[in-house]
Design a protein around this ligand. Structure first.
Ligand SMILES: [Zn+2]
Length: 443
């Protein structure tokens, strides 16, 4: 007997939505079929859309040393409520460079998280580069690096990490803003002023374009895979397109805040729309949506990095924490705002699930509704008005930049390996259901 059946919904099958029943056995998808079979638990999904659960490949969900901002318990509750079934924990500092450090995070995650999670190794600053072998020992095959402060690598170190990546067949996720330009432009901007717009304007699209061009050439030279973190602008997209045309093994993610807000809104929302890289123009935002529509973007992530109101509300913008939450809003923003732009749901689902799973090479275990894949499922109710409220978010810091926005559609249920962890507004699982997902094996 099946443990779970999701009946009567429109189920993602290839690039189409097909009315069918989806069956789960032993935590895995067992079949998608028109047949009506018995199951221990049945979800009536008539009128809803059944998609693979979302995968957030960039979330600072358990930042060691800053756990007052978020941790695996609160972060994974937000994820579950938002339809995210796998989180890639991104290091905030250098806490995930050693096997020991990563092991501690895995233990915390398996004790606290209610959704599955992977770990990005790093941050590999210059002083950590001697430790590149360490993450492999614990099954981690994705590495975080920067081309700008605070963990800036220059060309010799980028060459070193990409050569290592090519040799071991692992992936390097790079925060791609040009360090030399950022340092110079921020110094100029600081002498001009200290409001949030001064800070925003200090990192124009050119700093990203420069970083992607240089980094992609080094990655191609070394023969390694390069994943561009949080793409924000049209010039950066063009640089990625160029790198691809030259044969670079490059993948890209953007984040939901770049798909919703523009620089103009920094005037009114100041610290609550301040992050690195900063928001850009309306033209840049629409270019990101086009990249999603035409397949140039593999993933939409969150760069979930909340700070407390105290850490945010500084008189001097340069002292404010730069980061915003987003885990709970991820699928809602992509499915609602993407649908409004006429992008079909299967394409939107791709950047939420299959695209990120392929980029991080956990497909088809994750990011798929194929028989045999983990039964990680998002049930989406389209066309219902959904007014977003800070009171409904599970974040430790209690605020959201999407406060008061009206979305079209809402997450009705979230299933992780066959277990319903969220349904109709309620979290149904305590910490401890989430499992670590390996991204490297010696086999
Ligand atoms: Zn980040």
């Amino acid at each position: 007997m099946h443990e779970l059946a999701i009946k009567g919904g429109r189920v993602l099958l290839g690039e189409e939505l097909v009315e069918a029943n989806l069956y789960v056995r032993d935590g895995k998808i067992s079949s998608i079929s028109k047949r009506d079979m018995a199951a221990e638990e049945v979800i009536d999904a008539r009128g809803a859309v059944v998609l693979p659960g979302a995968i957030d490949v960039h979330a600072h969900v358990h930042p060691i040393g800053y756990l007052h901002r978020e941790d695996f318990l609160t972060g994974s509750r937000a994820a579950a409520a938002g339809g995210v079934t796998t989180i890639f924990d991104m290091p905030l500092m250098e806490e995930s460079c050693t096997a020991e450090g990563i092991k501690r995070k895995i233990q915390d995650g398996e004790r606290m998280s209610i959704v599955d999670f992977a770990i990005h190794a790093g941050t590999f600053s210059k002083r950590m580069l001697g430790l590149l072998e360490e993450p492999l020992k614990v099954g981690v095959g994705s590495y975080k690096a920067f081309t700008c402060p605070p963990f800036e690598l220059d060309s010799p170190e980028l060459l070193r990490i990409f050569r290592f990546a090519a040799e071991k067949d692992v992936i390097v996720v790079v925060h791609s803003e040009d360090g030399g330009m950022v340092r110079a432009l921020e110094e100029e901007a600081r002498s001009r002023g200290s409001d949030f717009m001064d800070r925003n304007l200090a990192r124009p699209p050119a700093v990203e374009e420069a970083a992607v061009l240089r980094t992609s050439v080094i990655a191609r030279f070394a023969g390694a895979r390069y994943h561009v973190a949080h793409v924000t602008s049209l010039p950066q997209l063009r640089a990625i397109e160029y790198a691809r045309s030259r044969g670079t093994r490059i993948t890209a993610e953007t984040c939901i805040h770049y798909l919703v807000f523009t620089r103009e809104e920094v005037r009114s929302k100041g610290p609550y729309l301040t992050m690195n890289p900063p928001l850009k123009s309306r033209e840049d935002r629409e270019a990101l949506w086009r990249a999603i529509a035409d397949g140039a973007m593999e993933a939409v992530a969150t760069d979930h990095a909340p700070g407390t109101r105290e850490e945010k509300e500084k008189e001097n913008a340069w002292e404010a924490w730069g980061g915003v939450p987003g885990l709970q809003e991820l699928p809602t923003v992509v499915l609602s705002e993407g649908t409004k732009r006429g992008i079909p749901i299967p394409r939107l689902s791709y950047v939420l699930s299959e695209g990120p799973a392929r980029a991080m090479r956990i497909y088809p275990k994750k990011g798929s509704l194929l028989p045999g894949s983990d039964a990680d499922i998002l049930i989406w109710r389209p066309n219902v008005e959904n007014v977003w409220s800070g009171e409904a978010v599970h974040y430790k810091t209690g605020w959201t930049p999407y406060e008061g926005m009206t979305f079209s559609g809402r997450v009705e249920a979230t299933v992780v390996r066959g277990r319903i962890v969220f349904r109709n507004g309620e979290i149904l699982e305590r910490g401890g259901w989430g499992r670590f997902v390996r991204t490297y094996s010696r086999a």
